[in-house]
Design a protein around this ligand. Structure first.
Ligand SMILES: N[C@@H](CCC(=O)N[C@@H](CS)C(=O)NCC(=O)O)C(=O)O
Length: 392
């Protein structure tokens, strides 16, 4: 693979940034420093270290994102296992009921973040409870926080509480419903508190249930929020298809690749898809992907792109451009959601996001140092990076 010819076509549009950094090297740094708060001291807990239960062979290690022996070096995401549906019908297996279901999430995880946004947009806070795990994913997978951790600066956040029945890890939920479970212990998990079963662990399907199945229990304005409206379904499905493969999963396929070829193939496809998103958001008036109507496409894309500059650029090597200086239309769309709609801002926890990725992937970042930048995590709504705002 010729790196030059492969990547250069994707580099257009970067000259202004580079030139102005060169012209104004001294003004940029102090402006950025306004946003640096405190350096967090981050403690790892004993629960994160491998226990005797862990397999001694290398084949089952949780951070083997590429299957050992797979010469392609490509990350292949597993299908989610639990695929039942909550239904508005009272005689269904999982009927929609107030207080019956619980979402187990990680505030770091984009897939789980989708479900938290939909829960708030649909006004389901009093109907579906949730709790969030510690940001660190160790050798036993996601773990719950301990009581003494909830006030720690790096850990605290909405829903970050110990498990109410004393479970220590998300994997225990999976084993409680199936002791032979062999899949990954992923979040989100939609849990039925009544039967103590996992309803579903696939975020795209949880989004759909939250959108419609509780409508008999809620009132307007929430009832009429429709994230998957009938007349847009075909277009939503089409957008989801390429955005899932190339962007939402594309950042992981770039970051987890273990060969140069697999990385380049996926990172180039990712940036081509971002170019396509940028064009769509430039050509269409917005403020949402489908104009005046907020749909699941906005939610699904947002959770990946809000993590892009803080994490994916450096940690997953998605650094052909960043959002704030390379994609003005995406940047505007994203900030409109973040600053304009509480469901987006209030479910985004940059500490969990940054600490999780940078300290949970020893194969990518063995020394676990979390980069301080970019500062700020997200720019204020009406402020641009200095090089972009300069028009002189
Ligand atoms: N397709 C699933 C993917 C969920 C997923 O991969 N979650 C990640 C966190 S971002 C996870 O829990 N990973 C743990 C693991 O794979 O061991 C969904 O959309 O719900």
């Amino acid at each position: 693979m010729n790196i030059r010819t492969g990547v250069l076509p994707l580099l257009r549009g970067t000259t202004i940034t580079t030139r102005h950094r060169f012209l104004f090297p001294f003004t940029i740094l102090p402006i950025s420093h306004r946003y640096i708060s405190t350096t967090h001291s981050v403690k790892m807990a004993a629960q994160d270290t491998p226990s005797g239960k862990e397999s001694k062979s290398n084949d089952n290690v949780i951070t083997n994102w590429v299957k050992p022996g797979d010469k392609s070096g490509e990350f292949k995401r597993q299908q989610s296992t639990f695929r039942s549906f909550i239904s508005s019908s009272p005689d269904s297996e999982f009927p929609a009921e107030a207080g019956r279901y619980h979402l187990y999430v990680s505030l770091a995880c984009p897939w789980a973040n989708r479900t938290l946004i939909a829960r708030k947009l649909k006004g389901l806070e009093d109907f579906i409870s949730f709790s969030a795990v510690h940001w660190h994913m160790g050798s036993q997978g996601w773990r719950f926080v301990t009581p003494d951790e909830t006030d720690q600066e790096d850990v605290k956040g909405e829903g970050v509480v110990p498990h109410d029945e004393g479970l220590t890890h998300i994997r225990e939920l999976y084993f409680s419903v199936n002791p032979e479970y062999e899949g990954r212990f992923t979040v989100p998990v939609l849990w039925d508190k009544k039967t103590k079963r996992i309803v579903n662990n696939e975020s795209s399907e949880i989004l759909r249930m939250l959108n419609t199945e509780f409508n008999n229990l809620i009132t307007d304005p929430f009832k009429s929020v429709d994230l998957y409206p009938e007349d847009l379904r075909k277009q939503i499905d089409e957008a989801n298809e390429w955005q899932y493969d190339l962007i939402s999963n594309g950042v992981y396929k770039s970051g987890f690749a273990t060969t140069q070829e697999a990385y380049e193939k996926n990172v180039k496809a990712l940036f081509e898809a971002l170019d396509r998103a940028e064009k769509h958001l430039t050509d269409n008036p917005g403020p949402y992907w489908f104009g005046e109507r907020l749909t699941e496409v906005d939610i699904r894309l947002f959770v990946t792109l809000i993590r892009f500059d803080p994490v994916y650029v450096q940690h997953f090597k998605c650094n052909i451009r960043d959002i704030r200086s390379g994609y003005p239309a995406i940047h505007k769309w994203m900030r409109n959601l973040y600053w304009g709609i509480p469901a987006f801002k209030d479910t985004t926890n940059f500490n969990h996001i940054k600490f999780h990725y940078t300290k949970s992937h020893p194969n990518i970042n063995p020394v676990s140092i979390t980069p301080l930048g970019p500062v700020p995590d997200i720019l204020p709504r009406w402020e641009e990076v200095p090089a972009v705002s300069f028009r002189g």
